[in-house]
Ligand binder design. Sequence first.
Ligand code: NAD
Ligand code: UDX
Length: 461
Amino acid sequence: MVKNFNLMKIKNITCIGAGYVGGPTMSVIADRCPHIRVTVVDMNAERIAAWNSDHIPIFEPGLDAVVKRARGKNLFFSTDIEAAIKSADCIFMSVNTPTKTEGEGAGRAADLKYIIACAEQIARSASKNTIVVEKSTLPVRTAEKIKEIFTKNSQYTFHVLSNPEFLAEGTAIKDLENPDRVLIGGENTEAVSALVDVYAQWVAKEKIITTNVWSAEMAKLAANAMLAQRVSSINSLSAFCEATEADIDEVAKVLGSDSRIGSKFLKAGIGFGGSCFQKDILNLVYLCEHYGLTEVAAYWEQVIVMNEWQKKRIAQLVIKKLGGSVKGKKIAVLGFAFKKDTNDTREAPAISVCETLLQAGAEVVVFDPKVSAQKVQADLAHLSAHHTQLKSASSAPEACVGADAAIVLTEWDQFKSIDWSSVVTQMSPQAWVFDARNCLNHAHIKTAGLNLWVVGKTPTK
Ligand code: NAD
Ligand code: UDX
């Protein structure tokens, strides 16, 4: 029986999960919708304390200012999950959905334990009919499981919508404030239109796409798979360019000027990282196998195979260029985050490259403008046998002191203006610069007398 169902206007939003998506997304909703009270909750008390402090837990350009404008007015961060569920008429689930590490589908399927715990807690604590929004990236047909949890455990009515998030880290605020599109999947038109109304406060209606729930869940996985596939495609061609004297920049320019192909996501590099691409493709592969689509699964899996190959290929190439062994050699690693303008290191290619170099006996000195030395140590803690070889520096020039090579793994803007003519005087004779992101001033490096290797460019003999 449906009671007290007033879905026409969303006035109180609660978001469960104060991470890289929940925090920025809710901050922008609160900023753009002053009439809506937004509460972000998390079971991680330390994270919530940081959101309430002057040092918010995520580095994201523009986020600080948005949080400062809305926090304490209509934006709140709290650990009182139960109270926040009770007071909400719309609840976003923005919890993590990592790859399963054990049980059926381990290494491929998404682990839904956090989303299930979240749904169970909503069912236990809700005090009225509520709209529940899947903001996390989820396997197709998860909404069905969530509905079952609600039906079994609560007397209230819940409308489950899928509203996957397309923001990219490093540009999250720009992406949220001016999205290419907002996607809302749902069956109940009243619930869908209530959520459309929230986004319509700042997003043009033509950009708000409504679909059925399964298409929305599916489209998110598909979008990430297509984007990652472009990165693997251009990286495969980078190796081909290096072998043939073709130049990846020239090739990418030609490809990108075809309006059917488009110019974005054609930057060859060290391979994609981040918490989404690999996990979501693995999940897609798992689902394809589940539905008996073996060839489709193999097709998408190749995107990951190519990505792994690129990371290993470049790390091995560094060893080869340094004479076939890096034992006892010092290598400066410039950049540890998975891309510029974020402090996130999840699945960062730097982890894989450092692993290879440390295991080969190199001394590795890491500098990243936003990733702390402790975080680097934690990400490489599984290599405890090599921990004395791992050091950190507080600037790029400092990392290069005494180094046989510097390898650029994140395209931070500040690396473009490194004064190589001064840095070279502190490096070993015959030192190398490996530009695995193709982001440096190459003429300047050559003039400084350093050996240079650039991804996708044929090495000068
Ligand atoms: P995250 O790990 O940064 O944050 C998730 C938060 O949820 C954590 O702080 C965790 O403590 C909290 N949490 C987990 N279970 C909880 C529970 N039962 N109750 C209260 N809090 C709980 O993850 P994220 O990067 O924000 O990603 C969240 C989701 O969004 C994932 O499904 C991800 O695939 C998707 N996504 C991420 C990005 C991105 O750029 N990071 C972009 C689009 C979509
Ligand atoms: C991605 C999607 O872009 C976003 O829409 C989704 O919501 C979450 O996953 P994110 O992982 O934060 O976002 O960053 P993205 O800009 O996509 O970069 C992912 C990885 O690909 C990074 O390691 C980046 O350096 C790499 N990349 C991207 C390239 O190597 N070349 C490119 O041309 C683009």
